[in-house]
Design a protein around this ligand. Structure first.
Ligand code: PLP
Length: 377
């Protein structure tokens, strides 16, 4: 198998699994119990909290563990709206993940909120002037992602945060695809809320985090016990939290080398495709983009047909977000960038990681050449 879909999910790293093992076997207590067998696990959770905090330059007490980034994204927007009962306007972009877009759609249809979806240009970039114009006295929260999951395009999060701060509006940043791939330091980017999920950086699925900066309003979406300082009810999954903590520690350790390792492979794949397969087109800004992601339109070929041929040769890639893979809809991200063209139905996302080898890239390019020729014939 050649796995080129790391923006969908990543394998659990061996060190992460090793760190989790005691909590999947012998140390299975409930951290809320009063006896030592359970209660000692509280400190294990606190260690993981500190590891996640280190990855993003936050204080451990600013971290709330959740089940996934979908929950983190929903919770952040919910908390901001709860704290601003008199305000009825939310700003996001047309290219956010479905966990933001569909939550906003639900807010608009059930609760009467007005939602502004900021556009992007043909390269997937956002205009700060559009954000400035969209903010009104009625705006409760701005939710704009750090890096796009389909194209890897990076939004100017530092400037977005500054604009929100100067206009007195809360800013939530979905940093799911950025963590471990670019520096994500909240001391430099003044976001109020930030979402992460473990499975995008070699932790298991089923654990995420919402970072809520000090003095930022927060209220739970999931009510229950007093876990996570009353901010997220439900017995903590100690093994998953430990896994996310360890993965965050490793992501931080490997970050300085990440781009150096991944970019040449991604560039080789991209150039191999664009220079040898006719009628192909890059979607996304050439440089303002994650080093691991390449989103390419193969004109005249339906994404699904090409993905099937790739799969037959053991190559895993995708036609956009894994969360929407079973829908017939074209990519909403590429559609927002190039509304007039069929590019959104004819694109493939390749997302790499440091484990990908140069020979995987060469094999993928030649498989794509054969598959595209066969489909076009
Ligand atoms: N946000 C972005 C940008 C994503 O890419 C994803 C997952 O693909 C999510 C949110 C949702 O993450 P989770 O699967 O942990 O809910």
């Amino acid at each position: 198998m050649i796995y080129l879909d790391h923006n969908a999910t990543t394998p659990i790293s061996p060190e992460v699994l090793e760190a989790m093992m005691p909590y999947l076997t012998t140390e299975w207590g409930n951290p809320s119990s009063s006896y030592k067998f359970g209660a000692k696990l509280k400190s294990v959770i606190e260690t993981a909290r500190a590891q996640v905090a280190e990855l993003i330059g936050a204080h451990p007490l600013e971290i709330v563990f959740t089940s996934c980034a979908t929950e983190s994204n929903n919770t952040a927007i919910h908390a901001a709206l709860k704290a601003n009962p008199g305000k009825g306007h939310v700003i996001t972009s047309m290219v956010e993940h479905s966990s933001v877009l569909n939550y906003c759609a639900a807010l608009a249809s059930y609760d009467g909120y007005r939602v502004t979806y900021l556009p992007v240009d043909r390269e997937g970039l956002l205009k700060l002037a559009d954000l400035e114009k969209a903010i009104t006295d009625d705006t409760a929260i701005v939710s704009l992602m750090w890096a796009n999951n389909e194209t890897g395009v990076l939004f100017p999060v530092k400037e977005i945060a500054e604009i929100c701060r100067s206009r007195g509006v809360l800013y939530h940043c979905d940093a799911v695809q950025a963590a471990g791939k670019v520096e994500t330091d909240l001391r430099k980017v003044q976001a109020d809320y930030l979402s992460l999920t473990g499975h995008k950086f070699h932790a298991p699925k089923g654990v995420g985090a919402l970072i809520v900066r000090r003095k930022t309003p927060v209220s739970p979406l999931i009510h229950g016990g007093h876990q996570e300082r009353n901010l997220r009810g439900g017995t903590e999954s100690v093994p998953l939290i430990v896994g996310m903590g360890k993965a965050a520690e490793l992501a931080r350790k490997y970050l300085p080398d990440y781009e150096k390792k991944v970019r040449p492979l991604r560039d080789a794949l991209e150039e191999g495709i664009l220079s040898t397969i006719p009628n192909t087109e890059l979607n996304g800004h050439k440089t303002q983009r994650l080093a691991n992601t390449s989103n390419i339109t193969f004109h005249g070929i339906e994404s699904e047909a090409l993905l099937i041929l790739l799969d037959q040769e053991g190559i895993c890639a995708s036609s956009g977000s894994a969360c929407l893979a079973d829908s017939d809809e074209p990519s909403h991200v590429v559609k927002a960038m190039k509304p007039e063209s069929a590019a959104s139905r004819q694109m493939i996302r390749f997302s790499l990681d440091t484990a990908v080898q140069a020979r995987d890239i060469a094999a993928s390019v030649s498989c794509l050449q054969r598959a595209v020729t066969a489909l076009r014939d």
